[in-house]
Design a protein. Sequence first.
Length: 107
Amino acid sequence: MAERRKRLEALFRNLAGDFLKTHGAGKAVITITGCDIRKDLGGVVVRVSIYPDTEEERVLRELKALSPKLRSFVSGQTSMRTVPRFTFIADSGEKNRKRIDELLDTL
C-alpha cells in the first residue's frame, strides 16, 4: 500500500504541476513542494511555495477556487473511479528553510 501511495502522490504532484502551467496565478511563481494523500484516498493536500511572499494569500484564494477544475483535469487524465478532492496549502517548511538560510548568512 505504501508503494501505491507514493506512486499516486507523484502522479498527483505531476498532474497538479501540469494544470498550474495553464491555469497559473498571474505574476506569482508557484512551486509544488509535495502532495499528501489522506488514508481513505478521499483528499489530497498539495503543498506549494509562492514567490513573492506578498502574493501568498491572493494566490491561495485563487488556487482554492481552481480546486474543482483541477479535480476535473485529473479525472480526464486518469482512469480512477473516484478522484480525490484537492486542497492547496502554503508550505511553511520552505519558508522556515529560507529564514534559516538568511540567519546563517548574517553570521
